[in-house]
Design a protein around this ligand. Structure first.
Ligand SMILES: C[S@@+](CC[C@H](N)C(=O)[O-])C[C@H]1O[C@@H](n2cnc3c(N)ncnc32)[C@H](O)[C@@H]1O
Length: 213
């Protein structure tokens, strides 16, 4: 991933953030060996931030859209309050199988459910309410995910949208890349939406925190 901040800053940030627990270090290493595009994992800085939000919000239900290896779900899970759980959506059966195995091995199968299939169908099938929703799947789907989640978001719930800086490419208004275009449109729509309040944080590849106005 291309740094979107000053040279050296990402390393400095990582060096001054609580590192991954051993089970996450091992999971990341296994994902680098077994899965294509392992850079899709949140990584320690965003992982600790997700964990921090779960710790502070004490959510009963966390929705994740885009499981991949299970890294982000397993980053959040240790901070869940008693009775809290995570539903994570994944389209790719290989990713879902990889994540389920690590979730079970680490003793979180009772608190994390991997729902396999198109995330939009899964979100529409769930009752909610979602106290925290982490949107991190196909970028062109973000507007639909936002609407589907918003319908079932708790009154004090938060939505998080990942990769909203897209390697800094969101600055390129002339980009022909569909994902860049999708994220530029999403960012503009969210910031202008009178139903919402948001902050685009320069955490890792950009993480937008969104709530109801
Ligand atoms: C960026 S990765 C998720 C990374 C993970 N949240 C983390 O931080 O470690 C995106 C995942 O979304 C999945 N995905 C893509 N399109 C999807 C869809 N329509 N429904 C569900 N999952 C989808 C991909 O297969 C991939 O595993």
């Amino acid at each position: 991933m291309k740094p979107v901040t000053l040279p050296g800053i990402e390393d400095y940030v990582a060096a001054h953030t609580t590192p991954d627990a051993p089970h996450l270090v091992e999971l990341a290493a296994q994902a680098h060996e077994a899965l294509v595009d392992p850079q899709m994992m949140s990584g320690p800085v965003q992982g600790r931030f997700l964990e921090l939000l779960v710790f502070a919000m004490r959510p009963r239900l966390v929705l994740e859209i885009g499981t991949f290896s299970g890294y982000s779900a397993l980053s959040m899970a240790p901070a869940l309050p008693p009775g809290g759980r995570i539903v994570t959506c994944e389209l790719n059966p290989e990713h879902a199988t990889f994540a389920r195995k690590r979730i079970a091995e680490n003793g979180f199968a009772d608190r994390i459910t991997v729902e396999e299939g198109p995330a939009l169908d899964t979100v529409r099938s769930l009752d909610g309410p979602f106290d925290l929703a982490f949107i991190d799947a196909n970028k062109t789907g973000y507007p639909d995910y936002l609407e589907a989640v918003l319908e079932k978001l708790s009154p004090n719930g938060l939505m998080l949208a990942d990769n909203t800086l897209w390697n800094g490419d969101v600055l390129n208004a002339d980009s022909a890349d569909p994902d860049t275009h999708a994220l530029r449109s999403f960012n503009a729509a969210v910031a202008a939406d009178p139903r919402l309040r948001c902050t685009l944080l320069t955490v890792r590849d950009g993480l937008t925190v969104i709530r109801r106005a």
